[in-house]
Design a binder for this molecule. Sequence first.
Ligand SMILES: NC(=O)c1ccc[n+]([C@@H]2O[C@H](COP(=O)([O-])OP(=O)(O)OC[C@H]3O[C@@H](n4cnc5c(N)ncnc54)[C@H](OP(=O)(O)O)[C@@H]3O)[C@@H](O)[C@H]2O)c1
Length: 392
Amino acid sequence: MKPSLVLMLNCLRRGAESRAAGRHFSSLVLLHQHRRRPLPCSPGGTHPRSSSSSSSSGGGSALVFRQHGAPSQVVELESFQLPSVGAEDVRVQMLAAPINPADINMVQGTYAILPDLPAVGGNEGVAQVVEVGPQVTSLKPGDWVIPRDTGLGTWRTAAVVTERSLIQLPSDIPLLSAATLSVNPCTALRMLSDFQTLQAGDTVIQNAANSGVGQAVIQIAAARGFTTINVVRDRPEFNQLSDRLKALGASHVITEEALRQPHMQELFKTCPKPKLALNGVGGKSATELLRHIQHGGTMVTYGGMSKHPVVVPVGALIFKDVKVRGFWVTRWKANHAHDGKAFTDMLDELCTMIRQGKLTAPVCNQVELGDYRRALEAAMEPYTSAKQVLVF
Ligand SMILES: NC(=O)c1ccc[n+]([C@@H]2O[C@H](COP(=O)([O-])OP(=O)(O)OC[C@H]3O[C@@H](n4cnc5c(N)ncnc54)[C@H](OP(=O)(O)O)[C@@H]3O)[C@@H](O)[C@H]2O)c1
């Protein structure tokens, strides 16, 4: 067996990574500490608030899990009463919320950070402000808002949360773009900006290119003039998928199998070898990305969809001095929590791209809340190339 450095991908397990992320995990626990049985009324805010508040702000429904397990079995639609709106609180009505792989892993109990149970599922989505407390200064009824951080529990019709747990978003962008903005496009933008100095004409290679992250990478890279090599798993509809990704701006779309073929050298006569590789899969797929990366290049791992460890060929380290890095947008947000402007600047940049028609939402299936079991199952189906989004 060739000597190799096997890097166990622990990010989907509660292990070293969750201990490293201890500060964030504790804050998530704090967010959810009032989520003891019965169902929490408010997902946000670190100040305890009684669910038996004298004046309720009405009711709602939420997708709740009271134990970890298969999402379509443990997630239930439950009704709840909202607490009254406190001085620094905001009452929101959810408009749309996606089902992301991390949400699924949280329900399964395999994600790096987990809420106390019972918990409302979902970490991303867009809501509209309905009512604000007297000390709220940055938001008003009608504003669109998204969660500032992971752990808000967005699979619900309504919520009362603290002002500081939300960020305002302009309401002149499409609803699905707003609902899917704060995780995948932010991840794509950071990975294209923070790991290698790239210039127009440089090449980026990525696997899971049809994922939400991958589609954002394609579009942001195209806007910056980068060549992208986009790797997807083979499928009967490969040509349609390839055409769709090329319409987004993909330079090349190839299958995992083609990536291993000698004719890749032909492709590299038309563009430089990649300075940056983005890995959302792990396993053999990640190893193949590393084989094509140029001297001194970087591979950033952000996901482990295959659930296999990343194997780094020794030659890539010794002879090419590649850097093997990781990225977690939750950690980026925690690291920049003191500088709210960093996050809002990034959202402004992405919204500008959306308005210019340079960044569109991933292909989405919009699903009514009552159809949640079908949506949860569809979110775990392979080869769908579409994001399930709950609409309220
Ligand atoms: N680190 C971070 O900050 C961060 C941020 C956002 C997302 N993520 C992670 O990034 C990954 C993608 O998220 P997303 O929301 O973009 O996903 P998504 O839109 O739901 O797409 C899932 C992707 O994974 C691929 N896939 C599924 N199982 C696979 C397997 N066994 N082998 C290879 N590919 C497989 C799918 O390809 P097929 O079409 O071939 O099934 C599809 O491209 C997830 O692991 C997510 O947790 C991480």
